[in-house]
Ligand binder design. Structure first.
Ligand code: MRU
Length: 367
């Protein structure tokens, strides 16, 4: 697979190159961002997405502005505000912009400061890859402890693999580790309406890794639990509040409720960069509301077949009468009491409490 994001320095000037996730799985096409507005557009259209990768993209975006001589503060504001929920985005921007500012204050000049911003982005990229590997190990250890019989049947939601990370991802990386250890019996993949991150991206990654996986519609999960076919739920996170509330792709909260009813562990896997000590609780998390046409039209499939109805206002295939209003939050919030455990690069937190989160923050590198 092409890398989900890389920095390149062709003779025409530095660029951020993204694997365009809106085109997967039909085609692996790269998107070259020569400036910050292009990167912001890529973030908003989900060409680049997923919390850890958004952080990395934000940091490289600041470096791009700095190296190309644009206004770094303005760029940082545009990037950090591109999407509101995944806290990693603002975190990555803050890391690179902070390195730029410190270097300027030390008298290293604009060029030296730009080099410092780029070095910080590269460092964040590396740290995320390391965190990914550590979470995979901790997560598999936890699964083996909770489910001593082995042969894990894991349900996951959205996409949390190499496409969203400097490494192999968060929740998906744990499932992959289980597969490599011969202990993954089945990966149940929620399609993840409306943009189909599960069907298009997780199924793509699972297939590429030779994992035993089955795709289901989001609303089929209940009957799967009822049939006793799910041993654990593994999801990622976009923001974890100080009280341990978890914002993740819409549809995660219903899974947590189902998991509790059926006595199935509900496990969140996320690097500590996804914890936001500045957000006190779940109600304070800003949930991104997206355009209604993502629900009223099939916009996610690049190969949407033309129909008699013609393209809708979003350019997709309409599936609802013209003018239908849609409720389209991109995320929902799961309260900490429904989370069995939080797996970070620092280990496993269970139960998930405000005190435990505060301790994790103290041990991690927060800026
Ligand atoms: O809207 P998206 O596709 O950016 O949402 C992504 C998710 O909700 C992921 O589950 C989350 O970022 C965790 S990825 C490690």
């Amino acid at each position: 697979m092409l890398p989900s994001l890389r920095w390149e320095e062709p003779p025409e000037g530095p660029v951020v190159v993204l694997l365009d996730q809106t085109r997967l799985p039909a085609e692996e096409v790269e998107l070259v961002c020569t400036d910050v507005p292009a990167l912001v557009r890529a973030i908003q259209t989900l060409a680049v997405r997923g919390a850890p990768l958004l952080g990395i993209a934000g940091a490289y975006g600041v470096a791009l502005a700095a190296v190309r001589g644009y206004d770094v503060d303005e760029a940082a504001g545009l990037l950090a505000g591109a999407r509101p929920t995944a806290v990693n985005l603002a975190y990555g921007v803050r890391r690179a912009a902070g390195a730029y500012r410190v270097a300027l204050e030390k008298g290293e000049g604009r060029e030296g400061a730009a080099r410092a911003a780029l070095a910080e982005a590269r460092e964040l990229h590396r740290e995320d890859a390391d965190a990914s590997a550590l979470m995979a190990g901790h997560g598999l250890g936890l699964l083996d402890e909770l489910l001593p019989g082995g042969g894990h049947r894991i349900l996951t939601h959205c996409n949390t693999g190499a496409l969203v990370s400097g490494g192999e991802g968060t929740a998906f990386a744990v499932a992959l580790e289980a597969h490599r250890a011969g202990r993954l019996r089945r990966l149940w993949v929620d399609e993840t309406r409306p943009l189909l991150q599960g069907a298009r991206l997780t199924a793509y990654e699972a297939a590429r890794n030779g994992m035993p996986y089955t795709l289901l519609t989001d609303n089929a999960a209940g009957s799967l639990f009822a049939a006793g076919e799910v041993d654990a739920v593994l999801i990622g996170a976009d923001r974890i509040a100080a009280d341990g509330s978890v914002a993740n792709k819409v549809g995660s909260y219903p899974l947590a409720v189902l998991a509790r009813y059926h006595h199935v562990p509900f496990i969140v896997v996320a690097p500590t960069t996804t914890i936001d000590p500045r957000t006190p609780d779940g109600a304070s998390i800003e949930v991104e509301q997206r355009a209604g046409h993502e629900v009223t039209e099939l916009t996610a499939a690049p190969q949407v077949v033309a129909s008699g109805m013609g393209p809708g206002v979003g350019g997709g295939l309409p599936v609802a009468p013209l003018g239908t209003q849609a409720y389209n939050p991109a995320f929902d919030v799961t309260p900490p009491e429904l989370v069995t455990a939080l797996v970070t690069e620092l280990g496993v937190l269970s139960p998930v409490t405000g005190a435990g989160i505060a301790e994790l923050c103290a041990r991690s590198r927060q800026v």
